[in-house]
Design a protein around this ligand. Structure first.
Ligand code: MG
Ligand code: MG
Length: 259
């Protein structure tokens, strides 16, 4: 199959996608009750993997391109793709957790940046603005708009707030595969990119830096961090376009909110 082809989903397929994404939301919710100073990201990984398997699904990230764990855990200056490890989280850290499931052959993908204990107000603001930018992007995901309308809206909202948008990593189509066409950048120009159609399923995932937009790819082969080592935030939802507008398939409803 041509990997540039956008695979539209019918209503039945979208309901399978909703189930996989709801499980991702439940997993993030379960993790939110464990995130506190002293817990390690490896412990969080074990909780997530067990929870996903107990619900009859497979953790999509485990072994994906050789990734060693079931969730990505990216602390403070780490943007995405952090590998869980034995270092305890500290009071004042933020940790972005990205989680994927495969349930009955369909993929879920969602991410959330959590506070560990009390976090500085300026960092909480970065989290709030990034999360708001996700919903503003989702608001542009409607039939007859273009993919560039999503990124353009996310970029202008975040830059207006003094933050910068990572360019090297983008959102994506999703379905039976975690990564399908099209790419969904968090930056760009209105009126550009593929036309948005009913049946499209995409993951929108702003990665927003407090400082400059430049990132470094670490030698572990996975971790992406900010060049200036200032904090970064990452929020992601999987959505479907149905009846002309966005139907959010993943959910933050199970998460114990901290910002
Ligand atoms: Mg993700
Ligand atoms: Mg994704």
């Amino acid at each position: 199959m041509n990997s540039h082809m956008i695979i539209l989903k019918n209503d039945e397929e979208i309901e399978f996608m909703r189930a996989a994404n709801r499980l991702v939301g439940m997993t993030l919710g379960e993790l939110s009750h464990h995130i506190k100073p002293g817990i390690t990201t490896l412990e969080l990984d074990r909780i997530a993997e067990q929870f996903i398997r107990d619900h009859g699904a497979i953790p999509t990230f485990l072994g994906y391109g050789g990734f060693p764990n079931s969730i990505c855990t990216s602390v403070n200056e780490n943007v995405v793709h952090g590998i869980p490890n034995n270092k305890p989280l500290d009071e004042g850290d933020v940790v972005s957790i990205d989680c994927g499931t495969n349930l009955n052959g369909f993929c879920g993908d969602s991410a959330y940046t959590f506070c560990v204990g009390e976090v500085k107000e300026e960092v909480k603001k970065l989290l709030r603005v990034t999360r708001e930018s996700l919903y503003k992007g989702i608001g542009q995901a409607m039939e007859d708009n273009r993919i560039g309308d999503i990124g353009s809206t996310i970029q202008s909202y975040c830059e207006t707030n003094g933050y910068s948008v990572v360019r090297e990593l983008v959102g994506h189509g999703i379905g039976r595969q975690m990564h399908e066409a099209p790419e969904v950048p968090n930056y760009g120009r209105r009126g550009t990119g593929p036309l948005i159609k009913n049946g499209m399923c995409i993951a929108i995932e702003p990665m927003i830096n407090m400082g400059g937009r430049k990132v470094i790819f670490e030698n572990d082969g996975w971790t992406v961090r900010t060049k200036d080592r200032k904090p970064s935030a990452h929020f992601e939802h999987t959505i479907a376009i149905r009846n002309g507008k966005a139907d959010i398939l993943s959910t933050f409803e199970f998460i114990q909110e901290t910002v």
